[in-house]
Design a protein around this ligand. Structure first.
Ligand code: SF4
Length: 191
């Protein structure tokens, strides 16, 4: 019974995901040039910051730490992906990886995360466990948290502008918005 409910939920989320991607693709095609430029400039900065955060994760021995623990922090990633992450793929004319909602995180493949660091969810690139943090020196830790703050502010700009943007994840936002556009102005947005 529990397994049936889980499988129903996985199928529902897979359908919702397909609806989200198809709808957002159409919205992206309709974007006026100025709005596309607004998004593109921020996505570029987000991608760079995320790569820098990933470099610090590597500097702190991230892959070895993840191998030793089995990757526990990728165990509950269903709601990590946001509008920003999807826009990263769609604005570049590519497709996000196909999610498998039966896995602990739908984007966790056999060889690790299916998304490159520049397009990973905020929650994923800004999390480092104690084992990694302990291996960074004071300057490395300071760099990491300064970049996390800047990245959070950029994701916040999307939250303030678009109804579909939230760190609670695109599945939750899209369910709440039902058929409304994800790129519709957020409540109280000044654009
Ligand atoms: S999106 Fe990638 S990094 Fe984030 S929880 Fe899923 S597999 Fe892990």
């Amino acid at each position: 019974m529990i397994l049936t409910k889980l499988s129903d939920r996985n199928q529902e989320d897979a359908l919702l995901w397909r609806r989200i991607v198809a709808g957002l693709e159409k919205e992206v095609l309709r974007l006026p040039p100025s709005e596309r430029a607004w998004i593109a400039s921020r996505l570029e900065r987000i991608g760079r910051l995320q790569e820098e955060l990933h470099a610090l994760f590597l500097q702190g021995g991230g892959p070895e730490a993840c191998r030793d623990c089995g990757g526990a922090c990728c165990d509950r990633g269903r709601h990590h992906a946001t509008l920003v992450n999807l826009l990263g793929f769609l604005l570049a004319g590519s497709q996000p990886p196909l999610p498998d909602f039966a896995r602990p995180c739908p984007f966790l493949g056999e060889g690790g995360c299916l998304m490159e660091p520049s397009r990973r969810p905020f929650n994923c690139v800004t999390f480092i466990c104690d084992a990694i943090e302990d291996r960074l020196d004071a300057a490395g830790r300071e760099d990491f948290y300064a970049r996390e703050r800047e990245l959070g502010a950029l994701y916040g700009e999307f939250d303030a502008r678009y109804a579909g943007s939230s760190l609670r994840g695109i599945l939750i936002r899209a369910s709440r918005l039902k058929d409304a556009d994800l790129l519709a102005p957020a409540v109280g947005a000044v654009v």
